[in-house]
Design a protein around this ligand. Structure first.
Ligand SMILES: *Cc1c(COP(=O)(O)O)cnc(C)c1O
Length: 385
């Protein structure tokens, strides 16, 4: 919001008060259009091609169509499809040529730190999500908290603060948040991370993040299609595992697989974002090879389980996948009427036995839960008397 606001103010100061069109690629995170809406901008969606990249012809057409009102492009690099968009420089140039500014969503800085500079490829603004690349807990202290980088021409349009004026911000630009620098209890975590890692360590973290994602993509690519890769068959810091073909063949869904991962001791990675029916895996630099190998083994074993359903060894409606996750209660229940063993249910691989995580309940219907919010606040009458 702060970054886009600086762009709006910049246009207003330069006779571009009508520049309220914001181009956003189809692959963007929902926070992008939501932010543009909050600023009263008109969102125009840019298509993505079959390789997952921004459709440059469509971008050119839309930039030209709206050139008198073009305010900004919001772009994520590498894209949420997990690929370094090769056309990034050209994309930024097209926007600049049509009078717009480039806002880069910095959620994927884990693939940039130490190896490239966003400003150098053409970004005018970049938001560094500290909970994505810089170690703070996700959501702790407010999702999205972090510094906003602005190119020099935008600096005067940064928000200032009544108590702690921001150096260089033009007078009259009011604050966007109560605390001038964000949460004092959260930000030292990032400061310590950067200080302890140093320049070389930060660069190495990026390299490990890329290596880990490519290791996972290569290994899992033996069993599942990896949806998008660059021209050398590589991904950036995350990869999308496509579960849709398997679902079509076997009836086993992405939810079954996500829930089954709990029996193997894993919290599922991102499910159905940015592409429905897929898993997006972002190992980051912080997982050891042993942990990655356990995770890969779990997904390979799950693939073999799906095969048993496909072969008819296990019925479609009674197998460890559709019944996942399994609890300690299931294990100790006197009755066991399933066509697979209790061991197959709760200890599907040897490593699980050594360090078992027990899900406390069986499957929760996520979609039902998301759509049926329950207010647990007691009504006023509860306080009477
Ligand atoms: C995570 C993410 C965001 C914003 O996340 P918050 O947790 O809401 O701050 C924005 N864009 C992309 C590409 C992301 O991955």
């Amino acid at each position: 919001y702060t970054g886009l606001l600086a762009i709006r103010r910049y246009h207003e100061a330069n006779g571009g008060g009508n520049r309220n069109v914001c181009l956003i690629p189809q692959s963007a995170h929902g926070t992008n259009p939501a932010t543009a809406q909050m600023l009263g901008m008109k969102v125009v969606v840019v298509k993505t091609d079959e390789k997952g990249n921004v459709d440059i012809e469509d971008l050119k057409a839309k930039a030209a169509e709206h050139q008198d009102r073009l305010g900004a492009l919001m772009i994520t690099y590498p894209s949420t499809h997990g690929v370094y968009e090769e056309g990034i420089r050209e994309i930024c140039q097209i926007i600049h040529d049509h009078g717009g500014q480039v806002y880069m969503d910095g959620a994927n800085m884990n693939a940039q730190i130490g190896i490239m500079q966003p400003a150098e490829v053409g970004a005018d603004v970049l938001h560094m999500n500290l909970h994505k690349t810089f170690c703070i807990p996700h959501g702790g202290g407010g999702p999205g908290m972090g510094p906003i980088g602005l190119k020099a021409h935008l600096a005067p349009f940064a928000p200032s603060h009544a108590v702690t004026p921001v150096e260089g911000a033009t007078e009259g630009m009011s604050a966007v948040s109560a605390a001038p620098y964000g949460s004092a209890s959260i930000l030292p975590i990032t400061w310590m991370y950067i200080t302890l890692m140093g320049k070389q360590g930060m660069e190495q973290a990026t390299q490990w993040a890329l290596l880990n994602a490519n290791y996972v993509a290569k290994k899992l690519g033996e069993d599942y299609p990896i949806l998008y890769t660059g021209k050398n068959g590589r991904v950036a810091h995350e990869c999308i595992v496509d579960l849709r073909p398997l679902k079509a063949e076997s009836g086993i869904t992405e939810t079954d697989i996500a829930k089954r991962l709990m029996d193997y001791g894993f919290h599922a990675p991102t499910v159905s974002f940015p592409v429905p029916g897929t898993l997006m895996i972002e190992p980051t630099e912080s997982e050891s090879k042993a942990e990655l190998d356990r995770f890969i083994a779990a997904l390979k074993s799950i693939r073999a389980e799906v095969q048993k359903v496909q072969n008819g060894e296990w019925p479609k409606d009674d197998n460890p996948l559709v019944n996942a996750p399994h609890t300690a209660f299931n294990l100790t229940d006197g009755e066991w009427a399933h066509p697979y063993t209790r061991e197959e249910a709760v200890f599907p691989l040897p490593y699980v036995r050594e360090n078992k995580f027990w899900p406390s309940v069986n499957r929760v219907d996520d979609v039902f839960g998301d759509r049926n919010l329950v207010c647990s606040c007691p009504p006023m009458e509860a306080y009477e008397g």
